[in-house]
Design a binder for this molecule. Structure first.
Ligand SMILES: Cc1cc2nc3c(=O)[nH]c(=O)nc-3n(C[C@H](O)[C@H](O)[C@H](O)COP(=O)(O)OP(=O)(O)OC[C@H]3O[C@@H](n4cnc5c(N)ncnc54)[C@H](O)[C@@H]3O)c2cc1C
Length: 410
């Protein structure tokens, strides 16, 4: 593995850095993204920011130029993400479209679907959500029970989705629904694009531990989906959903950059409040530093595979397992550094970060659940990396659990 950049990579890094110095809504290297108490305001700010990046093709770096991308490779994508993080740029508000819906459309969409949806994903003109999980289908995602009944010109959807991040702001949703109830579990599912403003779509926000309502229940009551919003082949949506996973699995620049930022902030706080002088805390901080660096190296190893045109492979599950557990350890260390202020919330006196550390600690409790739980990742590593016997091996293949491995926010 050669980690030194090529000449072209160094030029690209210098270009994005110069762009950020010019366009960042605060002084480069000085400020932080504004904090919003209202999620809707945060989303509006995120849309403006993403639109300005997209206008100069800094979003969807690996996407073809005709849809607004740069047609570049995974190394260039990674490098741009690193520079965005270094500048403390806010994360992409349209990440579900960028990371999940977009790659699926690129792989399976028709020419019309790509032209219609892809450019607006990059510019954040339209936001997307992921309508996969249901009350009875999370880890075992192929158990989806939402029905899509064929009618003239399309399907009518009836069912309920849950944990749908940003559904209240989304214009479109990628949805797994059962089009053939007679077929075996993994067959008879179709991958449909749902207009979130269509009659019959009801979004009910759910409040999380953090007090924010980022995800939702989505009720689908007689929602019409025209036939040109089917992605891939009817009844073969499971294959479409799984192909997205192979695009997404393996690297996680977003979480990498977030954790590099968190670590830098934490070391600054520890230095300011004397925690670095405490021998026990110092050990934990050193451990956090080493673990974030290891996360970076795991990412680089996968990038090097991708750059050679290889698949990231099921080892991607080990990466998710690693970073989510690393994140929880880092946040526990952060709480120890915050010390007596740990139980405080926003607005309290003598609370370093004014509640940001506490909010982040609460938020990352979810990291071992979203994008496939850690138990499921362990099953994948056990079966497909270590070659241990398959879960439910005694059952016929189609009845075995179909573990969710979706590497997105969800
Ligand atoms: C912050 C957040 C955002 C999310 N956003 C989205 C979104 O936008 N769209 C979306 O579709 N979903 C989203 N999700 C849902 C997420 O994908 C599911 O929560 C996850 O897949 C687990 O499903 P479940 O909650 O139904 O738990 P279950 O599948 O019911 O699991 C319950 C417990 O049983 C364990 N378990 C289940 N099966 C096995 C097995 N075979 N072996 C060992 N243990 C097992 C699990 O690990 C878990 O501990 C989000 C979740 C979170 C926390």
């Amino acid at each position: 593995m050669d980690l030194s950049p090529t000449g072209a990579e160094s030029v690209l890094r210098a270009d994005i850095r110069a762009w950020l110095v010019e366009h960042l809504p605060w002084e480069y290297g000085e400020g932080l993204p504004p904090r919003f108490d209202d999620l809707a305001e945060e989303v509006a700010f995120g849309r403006r920011w993403q639109a300005s990046l997209a206008a100069d093709r800094w979003v969807g770096v690996t996407w073809p130029e005709e849809y607004g991308g740069r047609g570049a490779g995974p190394t260039e994508h990674f490098l741009v993400q690193e520079e965005l993080a270094r500048a403390r740029a806010p994360e992409m508000v349209g990440r579900i479209g960028i990371n999940l819906a977009g790659p699926t459309l690129l792989a399976h969409g028709t020419a019309d679907q790509k032209l219609r949806w892809l450019p607006n994903i990059l510019s954040a003109e339209e936001l997307w959500c992921q309508l996969f999980s249901e009350p009875g289908a999370g880890s075992d995602l192929a158990a989806v029970a939402t029905r899509a009944t064929a009618v003239d010109g399309g399907w009518v959807l009836d069912g309920q989705k849950v944990w749908t991040s940003y559904a209240q702001f989304a214009d479109w949703g990628v949805c797994l629904a059962r089009t053939d109830p007679e077929a075996t579990k993994h067959h008879g599912i179709s991958y449909l694009v749902v207009d979130m403003h269509a009659p019959g779509v009801e979004v009910r926000p759910l409040v999380q531990l953090t007090g924010e309502a980022e995800f939702n229940e989505v009720f689908l009551d007689g929602v019409f989906v025209p036939s040109d919003q089917l992605v891939g082949t009817e009844h073969e949506g499971w294959r479409v959903a799984n192909s997205t996973l192979s695009h997404e699995r393996g690297t996680n620049p977003r979480q990498l950059v977030i954790h590099i930022q968190l670590l830098e902030e934490l070391l600054r706080l520890a230095s300011a409040n004397g925690s670095l002088e405490d021998v026990r805390l110092r050990q934990r901080l050193a451990q956090a530093y080493v673990e974030v660096r290891l996360f970076q190296l795991h990412n680089l190893r996968t990038i090097s595979r991708l750059a050679k045109g290889l698949d990231p492979g099921p080892e991607g599950s080990a990466l998710k397992l690693y970073w989510s557990e690393m994140s929880k350890r880092l946040h526990d260390t952060a709480m120890a550094v915050v010390g007596d202020a740990a139980p405080l919330w926003r607005g309290a006196e003598d609370n370093p970060g004014d509640g940001n550390w506490q909010r982040s600690w609460l938020y990352y409790q979810a990291s071992s659940i979203f994008a496939g739980t850690n138990e499921i990742q362990r099953n994948i590593v056990a079966e497909r990396v270590l070659g241990l016997p398959r879960t439910g091996a005694a059952k016929p293949a189609d009845a075995a659990p179909s573990p969710r491995k979706v590497a997105t926010h969800g």
